[in-house]
Design a protein around this ligand. Structure first.
Ligand SMILES: Cc1cc2nc3c(=O)[nH]c(=O)nc-3n(C[C@H](O)[C@H](O)[C@H](O)COP(=O)(O)OP(=O)(O)OC[C@H]3O[C@@H](n4cnc5c(N)ncnc54)[C@H](O)[C@@H]3O)c2cc1C
Length: 338
């Protein structure tokens, strides 16, 4: 059992299955801790089979505290430091929450439930995001939050891994039971064969491009049904997300597309002229309580259930796994030993 494993008992090699955001961070921190690590991924390097490919990439522990458990904020805050260490160029210029007058009650509710923000008015909104000047009278500024572009950051982290001597075997579907030594199973929703409780929560996004408007940080628009946001990407692109639907079909419905595009238009009418570059959906892997789990079972550890917080939580979860395996320290809020 790995429950009380000391350094002398650490396996000579560690195999991580799944090069999404969870597996990539596990591989990174085990390699940093001096372990010999291999990473297996069924997709090619474009990672289009990963939920991570579709994510907004917001690192927003405070915004998320509006609806998530304190555990998410705790791990999320630790992750911000780990992101800074691994990729110092990660932008930490905050995030902005705005609402139209008709959604005032929902805005006030969000302000009450979320922490780590400052209330700002029209002038400060215009200072932060000049193109939003005059469009919103009230906002919440979460100064400490950051964001990454998953389609850039995964290849960047994979490059860090390769330069640290970690081989990444793309197009290699692996079965945890077929591999000797310590296996870290980070297969996301595909791990349902072993975790029957796992479910997929569909999130749809649209990627658009326009030179008509510039944003420096994620902007969330208070919406009565969903947490809708616009996240700036390089090259005048913007990710509009995301729905949250209890279904495992991976298509984008007409209704969702209309709602996402209307949200962008409501943030700024200039988005009406934008070109649609891509749209799609990912299945967020979630356990019934929507909290992440690190399940330790002999020579196998499953890291899953990152739900809507994979980019926010993956670094801290990797740190917890490494501390458990290398130092015998157990974070009882996340680690389950069978
Ligand atoms: C629309 C949307 C927006 C989101 N926005 C955010 C956000 O802003 N911030 C945030 O923190 N989180 C966000 N999330 C959540 C985040 O994307 C997920 O929590 C995260 O991607 C889950 O990561 P994972 O590594 O567990 O799974 P995945 O990314 O799915 O990775 C699992 C990998 O395992 C591979 N795999 C499966 N089976 C095998 C096998 N047998 N052998 C080898 N490889 C295998 C898969 O191909 C895949 O690459 C969002 C999710 C969605 C859908």
């Amino acid at each position: 059992m790995l429950q009380h494993m000391d350094r002398a008992r650490v396996p000579a090699s560690i195999s991580v299955i799944g090069a999404g955001i969870a597996g990539t961070w596990q591989a990174l921190l085990f390699a940093k801790a001096g372990c010999k690590v291999s990473l297996y991924e069924r997709s090619d390097a474009s990672m289009t089979q990963a939920t991570s490919h579709w994510a907004g990439g917001m690192l927003a522990p405070f915004c998320e505290s509006e609806a998530a458990e304190p555990l998410i904020t705790r791990l999320g805050l630790r992750s911000l430091d780990l992101w800074r260490d691994a990729l110092p160029q990660t932008p930490f210029n905050g995030s902005l929450v705005v609402a139209h007058a008709r959604d005032r009650a929902d805005f006030e509710r969000f302000a009450r439930l979320a922490s780590g923000h400052k209330r700002i008015g029209a002038a400060e909104i215009a200072e932060l995001e000049p193109d939003l000047g005059g469009r919103f009278n009230d906002g919440l500024f979460f100064a400490q939050e950051g964001h990454v572009d998953p389609r850039q950051v995964l290849p960047a982290l994979h490059a860090v891994l390769r330069s640290s001597g970690v081989p990444i075997e793309f197009k290699s579907a692996a079965a945890p039971r077929d591999i000797d030594g310590l296996v870290i199973d980070c297969r996301g929703i595909a791990a349902r064969d072993d975790c029957p409780e796992l479910r997929g929560v569909k999130g749809e996004i649209i990627l658009i491009e326009t030179p008509e408007i510039a944003l420096s940080r994620p902007v969330r628009l208070i919406h009565p049904r969903w947490s809708l946001y616009v996240v700036p990407r390089a090259g005048n692109r913007f990710l509009i997300g995301a729905t949250s639907i209890e279904c495992e079909d991976e298509g984008v419905s007409l209704r969702s597309a209309l709602e996402l595009m209307s949200a962008a238009y409501a943030v700024h009418p200039a988005f009406g002229e934008a070109r649609i570059v891509d749209f799609g959906a990912g299945l967020r892997p979630a356990f019934p309580d929507n909290l992440p789990r690190i399940v330790v079972d002999d020579s196998r550890i499953t890291v899953n259930g990152l739900y809507r917080h994979g980019f926010l939580l993956a670094p801290a979860l990797a740190e917890v796994t490494v501390a458990h395996v290398m130092g015998g320290r157990t974070d009882n809020e996340v680690v389950r030993c069978s």
